[in-house]
Design a protein around this ligand. Sequence first.
Ligand code: FES
Ligand SMILES: [Fe+2]
Length: 384
Amino acid sequence: MTPEHQIETLKRMLELQHRRRYQLATEEILHLSLDAYSSQDIFELELETLFSDCPFVAGHVDGVREPGRYMLSDWNHQPYVVVRGHDGILRAFLNTCRHRGAPLVERQTDKPLPSFVCPFHGWTYGLDGALRGVPRQFAFPGIDKAAHGLKELPVTESMGLVWVHPSPHGSLDPAKDLGSLAEDIEHFDLERFVSFKKVVTEKKANWKLLVQMNLEGYHAATVHKRTLAQHFRNGFLAYDAAGSHMRILAARTNLLEALRIPEEEWKLSDFVLVYYVLFPNTIVIMHDDNVSIRRLFPLSPDRTLYSHELLYLPDHYIGESGIKALRSRFSYNEVLFDDEDFAMAEKVQRNLLNGVNETHMLGVEEGLVMLFQENVNKWIGMQA
Ligand code: FES
Ligand SMILES: [Fe+2]
């Protein structure tokens, strides 16, 4: 965010705090249908529409800076490989051989690939996707190699992130989709960050229930009693939306101390945590010297693949003590997100259909939960 934007945002937070207005996108109680978290039909519709038509974040650019470096999809439903070519161009391919469909790359490593060699019969492809070599090619009389290159997906780098479109014919313009939020994210200069660690796990809850843990602060005082609640103000959140994407602002406990400092010395991150919910399934949490990228992919109505990557600024974490600090940051994230947020979402999922509640009732501080659901509904063509 520009310094002017930071001042304006902090003023807005102080004003909201002054009026004790924690309303988020609603002024009345709302009711959310439980089908959204349990229906097999809705799950399939989400895969066919939202997860087939909507661009998503594949990861941070650090994974693909040099030629040959690649980034695998963590999600079997959409198996792709993003790779930096020897010509410096970033491309994404479906990770499937054009002979008999074996996956070309099976393991994520940091070692650059010179080319793609299929582990089944050894067909070889350049990093540009062109079919280069067919062992004992005489066994394929008349084969048109030019027509059997890897299937490409649209991919682009924007705001320090790698974005993929799940459909070969899709178009990709994240900066345009994010509108005013794009410039905002640019100012964090995510390209400067490098990856510390990424962990992929499975959660026993619907993917939206997990995303929605990030869309209300009402649970902070209870779920995060010993952690976040110590540092944030009553779960006080504000938000801005651009299309289906959201920027969330969380007031730190010291918010009112800003009033004792001249405006021109204000630095937003001292008083407010900023994070983004990039539709449909990515949450990016911005700290001055570390950033968490968290992504959620549906496996079934009540199972979700969760990927959590921590990035950091190398000159802020130096030597052994730097590594130690990063390890402890990563573990702290796991406490907040896995042991607190997601563990609660899993318990809610278990109780979902026990007949006690017909809907989930949302208070005025939980309005973004419904807003997110409405955005999903637009993509899948359903009414709330
Ligand atoms: S399936 Fe890849 S070479 Fe046969
Ligand atoms: Fe939480």
